[in-house]
Design a protein around this ligand. Sequence first.
Ligand SMILES: [Zn+2]
Length: 225
Amino acid sequence: MTILADVQDALRELRHEVCALHEQLTRYQLVVWTAGNVSARVPGHDLLVIKPSGVAYDALTPENMVVCDLDGRVLEGDHAPSSDTEAQAYVYRHMPHVGGVVHTHSTYATAWAARGEPVPCVLTMGADEFGGEIPVGPFAIIGDDSIGRGIVETLQDSRSPAVLMRNHGVFTIGPTARAAVKAAVMCEDVARTVHVSRQLGEPIPVEPQHVDALYERYQNVYGQR
Ligand SMILES: [Zn+2]
């Protein structure tokens, strides 16, 4: 399979965007060493752009981003794609509205994942961004589609764009890669604040009708029009 010429412009832009978004993962201290990654769907095509495997964040360039089809096969790239490519490709295949996927082992969120405990909705920002608790997905080993399946099965019935895969870390989705990065940043922030609150006592849940109203407003009204 070769990539059509008319996709090349879109690909050039996405290579830049996906590369630049990785800087946000380090800026917000969501990743260490080479762990973590961002990918984006190429709109209108069964392709994705993702971080190369095992390349340091400082060494990422638009040119070394890897282009794969939605079965995870490399179409363009001198490097192997992220080891999470299969999981992310599975998400794109099964969730057509998803345009971006992010994976991190950010500390606080992953500490909840290690206990297999969802982050309860006890903050307005939890209601805004996640529409409820941040759910936990199953334990899944890398190497087949079980991580992808776990992400899709957990998120398809949830308003949350983030799932805490048990004993592993965070996967987030969004209509764009940027939105998925934002969800990863917010997930860690909420997980950290709720953790700190827990040290002082039992946080108070936001009532369901308020969760609904906050989510609705933040998703549809908040921000610049
Ligand atoms: Zn991982």
